[in-house]
Structure formats: C-alpha cells, structure tokens
Write a protein that binds this ligand. Structure first.
Ligand code: NAP
Length: 314
C-alpha cells in the first residue's frame, strides 16, 4: 500500500471535478484527479453546448471537456484511472478505497456527477447524444426548431423539459406511464394546459426508430391499459425519468437525501459535515444540473479545500 499522502484528491472528471482541479492546481496543491467509468462526464455524450458562457458559436461537449482537462493539466493536475468504492474518514488522513488500491489524502472533493436514468428500449442507445435521443432539453432543445418531439416521464423534470421545448418545437408529446402526473400541481397544470403539448397517458416507450444518416424519425409507444401500439412521428426523444446520483461509495459516511444526492452542511453548497471533505456538481445538486453551475460548485469546493489545507498545514 502506498504511504504517499496527497493534498487533495478530486473524484470525477466532469465540469465540477475539472474546475476544482484547475483551481487547486493553480493554488500549487498538485491535485490528483480520479477518473472513473465515464471520463469527462455527461457532457461528453452531448453534441453542441450552446449555453456555456464564453463560446458565442457554441462548443462541442467533448471538446469543452478536453479543453478543461488540458487547462487543469497545464497547472500540474495529475490524473489516474481509479473507481472509488468507499471512503474512510475516521482519521485526519482520508483514505479512498479504489479499484486500484487505497489512496491517502488530506482533502477530498467529490464530484462524481449523476447519470440520467434511461428506458432501455431498442434504439435508445443507437441515437443517444446528438442523433435524436437526449436527456437535456436545456442543452439540446434549440436543435429541434419547428420539429415534433416527445418527452418521456411524468415528474417535474418531464414537465419542465416539455414546457421548455414548446419554445422551439412545433409539437411536444408528453408520454407518461400513468393517467396522472407525479409533477407538482403548478407544473402539471402548465404542461397539461399548454396548446403545443399533447398528453399521451398510460403509455410506455417500446422502441425508438430512425436511420444512422438522419437520426430519429419515430417513437413507438404501447398502452398500459389495452396494449395497443401508437407511433409518434418525432425527430427528438427527451428522456426525463429521473437521475441516479453516483454517490453509493460515500452514502455510508456522508449525508444523502431520499434520492441519494449528497447533502451539504447547513449554510454551504459544498462543505460536508466532515472537515476537508467537499461535494460539487450533480452528485449534490438535483435542481440546476448545468455545466456552468457544476463548474461554479467545483470552484467553490476548490477554494474551500485550499483554505482548509492552509489553516491545517503541518
Ligand atoms: P421523478 O420525480 O422521480 O419523476 C420521474 C418520472 O419518470 C415519474 O413520473 C415516473 O413515473 C417516470 N418513470 C420512472 N421510470 C420510468 C420508466 N422506466 N419508464 C417510464 N417512466 C418512468 O424525477 P424528476 O422529474 O427528475 O424529479 C426529481 C426531483 O427533482 C423531484 O423531487 C422534483 O420535484 C425535482 N425537480 C424540481 C424541479 C422544479 O422545482 N423546478 C424541476 C425538476 C425536478 P411514475 O410517476 O409512474 O413513478
């Protein structure tokens, strides 16, 4: 087992993790970033990012993450592939238990993100990320101007996505597996009364159809009441059936809410109840979930870690 003790280990390479890396690296802390199963995070699966400030023409999601990684590397960030499986915070030195062995560190920034839940129907994977299937209307809605689209789900996210899409799309089908929405009353009323939104009640997706050249052209759904099939002629399918925060390795030690999101300590967005352990990005934020807000939290966590390390210098 290595006895090296890092200053700060950042778990995750999405916008939150890489921003934290840029800040801690520029503070001469020589951060170690652990890359998990999806280097670059959710943005690497999206095509064009048009709402990240500073890119008037938009930027490819993969390119943006590559830029952040280069920027972090330039100031001395080190990267290592390791999937974290647990954390021991009982001593002053935190121990991360990973697939590559134990990693010892004084401060930790957890930026493991969240993964959108997917339906698993045929076609979903084939057209995911720029070819007609997406999980983010804020990111991709503007690509569906004057087209028909479908949103799958019945919660606040699905209603919010459907309402946002009415700004661009000609028509939005909101496909829900029951006959009443889970969403809050105000969101449900807004969605069900919107002239561009057609509710498709008691229906579950069965398949997403398209071609490799032109992307999606239809969503096939099946009725949960009589099993009848219906084909919705849409160019875009927005899946909004919830997210799963990637927080399992930390859940026994840090506070999580009922959906598994890490809960920061009172009065802070990024501090936890354990000194020197910080959270940033979608693993601790189910409300905003944007690249720029994750980056903002990464910056906050880095500044907090830097201050804490300075105050607790040997
Ligand atoms: P959610 O509330 O868990 O809703 C998920 C929806 O997807 C439910 O309607 C569920 O159906 C449906 N669903 C789940 N698995 C499915 C499957 N395999 N096939 C088809 N449908 C499926 O998730 P969310 O909408 O992302 O919201 C998460 C949290 O964030 C909530 O607390 C929400 O209030 C909050 N939020 C708030 C706002 C806001 O206040 N502006 C915006 C977004 C989210 P059933 O209803 O039948 O279970």
């Amino acid at each position: 087992m290595s006895q090296t003790v890092e200053n700060v280990v950042i778990v995750g390479t999405g916008c939150a993790g890489l921003t934290a890396a840029i800040y801690t690296a520029r503070a001469n802390l020589s951060p170690l970033v652990l890359e998990g199963v999806q280097p670059g995070g959710q943005l690497t699966t999206t095509s064009e990012v048009e709402n990240f400030p500073g890119f008037p023409e938009g930027i490819d999601g993969f390119q943006l993450m590559d830029n952040l990684r280069k920027q972090a590397t330039r100031f001395g960030t080190r990267f290592q592939h390791a999937v974290v499986e647990g954390i021991d915070v009982s001593g002053d030195i935190r121990i991360l238990k990973t697939t590559e062995g134990e990693i010892r560190t004084r401060a930790v920034i957890i930026a493991t993100g969240a993964s959108p839940r997917l339906t698993g129907v045929p076609g979903e994977k084939d057209y995911y990320g720029g070819k007609g299937v997406t999980t983010c209307a804020t990111c991709d809605g503007a690509f569906y101007r004057k087209m028909d689209v479908a949103v799958i789900g019945g919660g606040d996210s699905a209603c919010e996505e459907a309402l946002f899409l009415t700004r661009f799309a000609s028509k939005v089908y909101l496909v829900h597996r029951r006959d009443s929405l889970r969403a809050s009353r105000i969101m449900a009323e807004r969605a069900t009364s919107h002239e561009k939104i057609e509710m498709v009640w008691n229906a579950v997706p069965v398949a997403i159809h398209g071609t490799p050249e032109a992307g999606v052209h239809a969503l096939e759904v099946s009725s949960t009441t009589d099993g009848s099939a219906r084909t919705l002629p849409v160019k875009g399918v927005f899946i909004a059936i919830g997210h799963l925060p990637n927080t399992k390795p930390f859940a026994s030690v840090l506070e999580t809410d009922e959906n598994g999101y890490l809960v920061p300590a009172t009065g802070s967005q990024v501090k936890t109840r354990i000194p020197g352990v910080y959270v940033a990005g979608d693993c601790a934020d189910h409300v905003y979930r944007q690249a720029i807000t994750a980056a903002g939290m990464g910056c906050q966590a880095a500044i907090e870690a830097e201050r804490w390390l300075a105050e607790h210098a040997d």
